[in-house]
Structures are given as structure tokens and as C-alpha cells.
Design a protein around this ligand. Structure first.
Ligand code: GTP
Length: 603
């Protein structure tokens, strides 16, 4: 198919606005899948995605469509809708010349619609605005059209109105893609050059890479080289996704396809990398930037006997998700484990859910933290080594306040869209999370768009849930990374009878140290079982005690509830108690059951 008859596009939408449904309809309409074949939401492959109804890994599909007598090749590139995966969205958009901006006729423009629009707009892509779900009783497409006009300067006559569910207006979408989108700007005569924009692991063939061919062509047997690693591979398979894999002889410039070349893990198939023929050197297509984890959590087996199986599960999952960073970690209470880094909170949740569902692992996850940047006070040592600036993502490793010259925390710009009746509580929530308002504007009669500068650490623990609760589910939220900002951070340490328990350390803003310290102490008082000795629980920061509670001594008599003299029963219970004690961690002669740590460390 000539370049002029190729269109590469993507659908971008807020969660649940109907992206997968529209993709299914496009597949049916072009005959890639049979209608009502029960293969609903064919692009959402993974079980987690099905359950949560979100798209995690970008998948793509090549469609053939006959329009006014000519065959067109339409490549639909499925992008993850959520902010956590915005680097994946960016990569996928590189292969597109246009996007379908899908908006729910009832919900209207939401936070992710705004974020996605500006991402596509910034890349100079053609935007086809489409209002979906016009069949809904409360659909108000006129109002959504006005929002699009007001926020994005979109002309009302450009806006399509469809119902993906009922299959209404699908043809108009295909027509708009062909007529409004330009064909890819590529060169078939130039030396081969392609961008890897997704990759996944196949048990039999190793890592497979989804590529967008910018220049030249590629066939089985060609030798390719990675710009990033400089490694050379022989192409073993070339195929198109329709949506099943169909072997192809060759991929030409402008096309999207899957290649296999015996890469052993997806860590070799770097998303964002440029590949070329090893015989001629080319310029990389994009500055290659490995994904940067933003949110970190400790992952431990619930029992050390599961250590090996958990390790193998983590290894298998990271084969398919090179955005997760893995470091070995250990804690006296929880044993050997890992510290994993994720692109965002949703990424973390999806990962842990997949660990459970796909590998049956039941790990303990600690509360998430972010990466702090710390400038240490100059010493002879660190001036010489140049290690005055350090990054810390584990609160236990946060240096003593006397050593710190300045601390910085990661910031984001958050966008919230809410009906104005919830404006008060939404603003209070942002202030409580140390947010500073950037702007507030009405996007129509009763909806407001707010932008806040927020510390990342304040939104990674139940910000989204709280926002949904206080707005009866109507407010939406999205954020983008906004670098580091100097901040008055302190390390909150928990002492039991004067001895610090590192696992329970926490980094907090100075204004919150008191409240958080108080809360932790009260919680610990309630969950630490009474012991033979009195226990003093203290929260301390910068050498000052912020809160203190005592736990009175007491011997827990597990046999107290038993009447009479059933000796065997009694012995059994005492034995159980003794076995339980083995799992304890001793701190200052106090034995703490593992559950205490789990309770405190979990969100
Ligand atoms: P993510 O993958 O989470 O981004 O969601 P999505 O945008 O892919 O949404 P999806 O296609 O899963 O649709 C979300 C819900 O909206 C589903 O329950 C669909 O059945 C429903 N839906 C999609 N299109 C329409 C439509 O035209 N009309 C109505 N009434 N419902 C629709």
C-alpha cells in the first residue's frame, strides 16, 4: 500500500469514556474481527486490564479499509489512558499523525482529556474530536461541544457524535481519519530506521518489539543494531497485528509491525530506542530516555519460604514491564525483599495485582514513598568524591538532619475538574495536601477546572480515592511531573523503649510531623501486644519527642478462655503461642509480631 494511503492514529480518552469499545467497533467494521464474536475489548489483553477496565500495555492493530474504491491501511495504536503511563503514551504518539479525542457525552471533558489533549497538541498531531455515548439518557453533546470549543478552540462543526456501544457513527470516524489525517512523513528510499514503541516477552521467541518504520524497509534475515545498546541482532520474524499476528515478508516505511530477533528479555528491547541496519549508521529518532520510576515500595514475601517463588514471579513480570526498577532490600522484621520503583501509584497497584493473579504470590507491600533529593552539608569526604547530592527513596536511609544542608521533594502539577458544588471540599483537600493553587477557571456553567502545584508524596496515598469520595465520584484528577522543590522535610523515627525501629521511619513535611507522629504512636499502642515489661512508644524527629504512649505490661494468657482441664488442648495452645513467638522481631527486648509491621507499613 502506498504511503499516501496509510494512516496511523491513536484514541485518547479519559478512563471509561469508551476507548476500548470504539476500538472493538473499528475492528468489527473493517472486518478484522467478526461482529458480536464475543471477543469484546480485544485490545485489553491482560486479566488485570479486563478486571479494572483499564488499558496498561499499548497494543496496536493494522486495519484494512476500503474507502471510495481505494484500500487504506489504518494503524490503530492503543495508548494507555492513565497518567502513570504518560511516557508510554508519548512513545505511542510518536508513531501517529493524528488522534481521536474521545469524550463521554454525559461526563464531558475530564482531567485526563485535558492532559491527553495537550500531549497530542504539543506534538502537532491532527485531532479528531469525537463525542461518545450519545445514546445515554443524560447525554448532552451540545454542552460537551461547548466545553471543547472553550477549552481547546475546537470548532463545533468538526465534532463527531457517536455511540460506540450501539455502533452508531463508526463510519464517520473512519472517514474523518482518512480525510483529516495526513499520511506518515517517511522516506522509503532512505536507510532503514525504526522506533521501538512497545515490547513484550514471549516464552518461545524472547522479547518481541512493536516498531514504527520511519525510513526504508526491513525483512526477515536482515541484521539490525540498537542505537542505545549497540547490540546487533538478526531478524527472525516480521509480522502485522490484525489483531492476531500475521507473518509478513517485509515492513515498509510508515508501517507498524512486530519483529522478533532473539532478544532474551524485554530489558534489551528498550521502548523509545531506535533500530537500524547494522551496515549503516543513522541518527536516533528521539532522544532516548529510560522510564523514570517515581513511586517506590518495599515488597516482601509474607513468609521467607516463599522468597524464591516471589523472586521468580517478580523476574517474570519485569521481563514484560521494563519500566519497573528492582533493587534488593532487606529489613530485620520482614526479611529479604525488594524495593521496586514504579511510574506511579496505579502502575504499582497493577503490578501487585498481577503478582497475585498471574503468579499466585501474596507479597507484603509497604506504603509507597517517593525519591527525595538531598544536598548534604559539605564535608572533606563528600567534597572530594562529589557526592554531596544524594537521592533517597527509602525513609530508613534518610540521613540525620544534622548532615543535611537542603532537602528537595518531587512536585507535580495536578489538574482537577469538578462540578462547582464540590469546589469547597476539593480546595480544602488540596490545601491539606500542601497544594498551591495555580489557576481556577469555569469550563462551563457548573464545572470548574483547577490546577495545583502539589508534592508528589501527598498524592500517592489515597488522594484520588478521597477526591472521588468528597465529590460523589464526579471530580477527576490527573498530574504531570514538575521537577524538584526545596522543602522542609524531617525524618520521623519511632522508638520503642528508646530504640529506633528503622522499618517504621517516615519522611514528612515539618508541618505534618506532629500529626503523623501522634497517629502512628496511637496506632502502635493499639496493635502491639502487651508484654512482660512496660513499653514506651515514642515518635521523634530532629531529636525532639513529638508523641508518646505507654503500653502496660501484661502476660497474655492464651488459655484463659478454657474451662476445666483439657490438658492436651491447653498444651497445644501454649505450643502455638511459642511458635508464634519465633516469628517475632526483638526490639529492645520487646518482641514484635510481624503483623505489627505489616499493619503499620501497609497503606
Ligand atoms: P479504559 O480502558 O479504562 O480507558 O476505558 P475505555 O475508555 O476503554 O472504556 P470502555 O470502552 O471500557 O467503556 C467503558 C464503559 O462505557 C463500558 O461499560 C462500555 O460498555 C460503556 N460504553 C462505551 N461506549 C458506549 C456508548 O456509546 N454508549 C453507552 N451507553 N455506553 C458505552
Amino acid at each position: 500500500i502506498p504511503i499516501e494511503r496509510i494512516r496511523n492514529f491513536s484514541i485518547i480518552a479519559h478512563v471509561d469514556h469508551g476507548k476500548s469499545t470504539l476500538a472493538d467497533r473499528l475492528l468489527e467494521f473493517t472486518g478484522a474481527i467478526k461482529e458480536n464474536s464475543g471477543q469484546s475489548q480485544i485490545l485489553d489483553k491482560l486479566q488485570v486490564e479486563k478486571e479494572r477496565g483499564i488499558t496498561v500495555k499499548a497494543q496496536s492493530v493494522s486495519l484494512l479499509y476500503n474507502f471510495k474504491g481505494d484500500d487504506y491501511l489504518l494503524n490503530l495504536i492503543d495508548t494507555p489512558g492513565h497518567v502513570d503511563f504518560s511516557s508510554e503514551v508519548c512513545r505511542s504518539l510518536f508513531a501517529c499523525q493524528g488522534v481521536i479525542l474521545l469524550v463521554d457525552a454525559n461526563d464531558g471533558v475530564q482531567a485526563q482529556t485535558v492532559a491527553n489533549f495537550f500531549l497530542a497538541f504539543g506534538k502537532d498531531l491532527t485531532i479528531v474530536p469525537v463525542i461518545n455515548k450519545i445514546d445515554l439518557k443524560n447525554a448532552d453533546p451540545d454542552r460537551v461541544t461547548k466545553q471543547l470549543q472553550f477549552l481547546f478552540d475546537i470548532e463545533p462543526q468538526e465534532v463527531l457524535r457517536i455511540s460506540a456501544k450501539l455502533g452508531k457513527g463508526i463510519e464517520s470516524v473512519l472517514e474523518a481519519i482518512i480525510e483529516r489525517l495526513p499520511c506518515p512523513k517517511v522516506d522509503r528510499e532512505a536507510p532503514f530506521r525504526a522506533l521501538i514503541f512497545d515490547s513484550w516477552y514471549d516464552k518461545y521467541r524472547g522479547a518481541l518489539s512493536l516498531i514504527y518504520v520511519q525510513d526504508g524497509d526491513i525483512s526477515v534475515g536482515d541484521e539490525i543494531q540498537s542505537c542505545h545498546t549497540k547490540k546487533v541482532y538478526e531478524i527472525k520474524t516480521v509480522s502485522l497485528l490484525r489483531p492476531q499476528e500475521v507473518a509478513a515478508n517485509k515492513l515498509n516505511a510508515g508501517q507498524i509491525g512486530l519483529i522478533g530477533c532473539n532478544m532474551r528479555s524485554s530489558k534489551e528491547a528498550f521502548i523509545g530506542d531506535t533500530i537500524h541496519k547494522s551496515s549503516c549508521i543513522v541518527e536516533a529518532l528521539q532522544g532516548f530516555e529510560p522510564p523514570r520510576p517515581m513511586v517506590f515500595a518495599g515488597v516482601y514475601p509474607s513468609d521467607q519460604s516463599q522468597h524464591i517463588s516471589l523472586r521468580s514471579a517478580i523476574e517474570k513480570l519485569t521481563l514484560n514491564d521494563s519500566a519497573v526498577s528492582v533493587d534488593v532490600d532487606s529489613s530485620p522484621a520482614l526479611g529479604q525483599g525488594w524495593r521496586l520503583g514504579f511510574l506511579g501509584l496505579l502502575h504499582l497497584e497493577v503490578f501487585s495485582q498481577r503478582l497475585q493473579q498471574e503468579y499466585g504470590a501474596e507479597p507484603i507491600l509497604t506504603a509507597p514513598s517517593v525519591t527525595y533529593k538531598i544536598k548534604l552539608k559539605p564535608t572533606k569526604q563528600n567534597l572530594k568524591t562529589g557526592e554531596q547530592l544524594i537521592y533517597v527513596n527509602n525513609p530508613a536511609l534518610f540521613p540525620d538532619h544534622l548532615l543535611i544542608e537542603e532537602a528537595f521533594e518531587p512536585m507535580v502539577i495536578g489538574t482537577i475538574i469538578t462540578p462547582d458544588e464540590y469546589l469547597g471540599p476539593v480546595i480544602s483537600l488540596c490545601m491539606e495536601r500542601r497544594g498551591i493553587q495555580r489557576s481556577a477557571k469555569n469550563i462551563d456553567n457548573d464545572r470548574v477546572m483547577l490546577q495545583y502545584d502539589l508534592p508528589l508524596c501527598e498524592i500517592i496515598v489515597d488522594f484520588h480515592d478521597t477526591l472521588k469520595t468528597i465529590s460523589s465520584g464526579y471530580a477527576s484528577f490527573d498530574y504531570e511531573d514538575n521537577g524538584y522543590q526545596s522543602s522542609n522535610l524531617v525524618k520521623l523515627v519511632i522508638l520503642l523503649n528508646g530504640v529506633a525501629v528503622e522499618e517504621l521511619s517516615n519522611i514528612v513535611h515539618i508541618t505534618k510531623a506532629q500529626t503523623v507522629g501522634r497517629k502512628m504512636v496511637l496506632k502502635l499502642r493499639d496493635i502491639i501486644p502487651r508484654q512482660m515489661v512496660q513499653i514506651a512508644v515514642q515518635a521523634v524527629s530532629n531529636g525532639k519527642v513529638l508523641a508518646r504512649e505507654n503500653i502496660k505490661p501484661y502476660r497474655k494468657d492464651v488459655t484463659a478462655k478454657l474451662y476445666g482441664g483439657d490438658v492436651t488442648r491447653r498444651m497445644k495452645l501454649l505450643a502455638q503461642q511459642a511458635a508464634g513467638k519465633k516469628k517475632m522481631r526483638m526490639v529492645a527486648n520487646i518482641s514484635l509480631p510481624k503483623e505489627t509491621f505489616i499493619d503499620v507499613l501497609k497503606k
